[in-house]
Design a binder for this molecule. Structure first.
Ligand SMILES: NC(=O)c1ccc[n+]([C@@H]2O[C@H](COP(=O)([O-])OP(=O)(O)OC[C@H]3O[C@@H](n4cnc5c(N)ncnc54)[C@H](O)[C@@H]3O)[C@@H](O)[C@H]2O)c1
Length: 253
């Protein structure tokens, strides 16, 4: 069977868990060599190991996406190892603490914006110059349905994810004529460790999420991964500047 990303080089942040981990494995399934980056190096190494065990090629890199020097070093590591960067999935992020707008601490607000919004900007800041040198590249940023609609008790998370959609559209306009496509993926509620950490403690919240999702279930990471890998492929060649929801129709309501 033809692989959609044969010989491409794919970078995934947050590759140690959840959506990033599954997407890293899916990039490899489609023939890409993968750089699995995460703040948690052992988890990123585990992802790289799984790829190699399945016959693929991967390395692991430690990165805190909120730190400029780390992100610059991450992109250098990709180019040092593989010589180029074709697909970048800027996905690392943290969840919301579930506090109302007036109860959010400044520290929590700053941390969420720093990782979920500034982290995506920093990744593009260092990835795009490499893609410009090549004259090609595809970027997918992880936003959320919370980048399209609001939800109560998550103001910093919602603000960050709306910001990711804004960054995506802006970069798409800036680099449209340079061979670089930039899109965002906006997952609904997906069963990953980020969500399970919360719903295991609050089962009633899981029921609330399910009842709010018209398809009547939560999503799984593979459903997001397939979308991301497709957005990076030539099959999505005219899709640019688009925040694509993968949400069981949450935002159709
Ligand atoms: N799970 C969902 O329902 C859902 C829905 C919409 C959007 N998202 C977004 O998807 C992305 C992935 O979430 P997930 O559900 O897979 O979560 P997860 O917690 O399973 O994975 C997140 C990964 O990001 C890494 N990470 C956290 N901070 C980092 C940093 N500063 N630098 C580098 N790596 C860091 C973590 O170590 C972890 O491996 C996040 O941006 C999240 O906001 C998730």
């Amino acid at each position: 069977m033809t692989k959609s990303l044969e010989g491409k080089i794919a970078l995934v942040t947050g590759a140690g868990s959840g959506i990033g981990q599954t997407t890293a494995l899916t990039f490899a399934r489609e023939g890409a060599k993968v750089v699995a980056a995460d703040i948690n190096l052992p988890d990123a190494e585990q992802t790289a190991h799984s790829i190699e065990s399945a016959g693929g090629a991967a390395i692991a890199v430690k990165v805190d996406v909120s730190k400029s020097a780390d992100v610059e070093a991450m992109v250098k590591a990709v180019v040092n190892e593989y010589g180029r960067l074709d697909c970048a999935f800027n996905n690392a992020g943290i969840g919301s603490r579930g506090q109302s707008t007036i109860d959010y601490s400044e520290e929590d607000f700053d941390r969420t914006i720093s990782i979920n919004l500034k982290g995506v900007w920093l990744c593009m800041k260092y990835e795009i110059p490499q893609m410009l040198k090549q004259g090609s590249g595809a970027i997918v940023n992880t936003a959320s349905i919370m980048g399209v609609v609001g939800i109560d008790n998550s103001s910093a998370y919602v603000a960050a994810k709306h910001g990711v959609v804004g960054l995506t559209k802006t970069a798409a306009l800036e680099f449209a004529r340079k061979g670089i496509r930039v899109n965002a993926v906006c997952p609904g509620v997906i069963e990953t460790p980020m969500v399970l950490r919360y719903t295991d403690e609050h089962p009633e919240v899981k029921e609330k999420y399910i009842s709010r999702t018209p398809l009547g279930r939560l999503g799984n990471p593979q459903e997001v991964a397939e979308t991301v890998v497709w957005l990076c492929s030539e099959d999505a060649s005219f899709i640019h500047g688009h925040p694509m929801v993968v949400d069981g129709a949450w935002t159709a309501q």
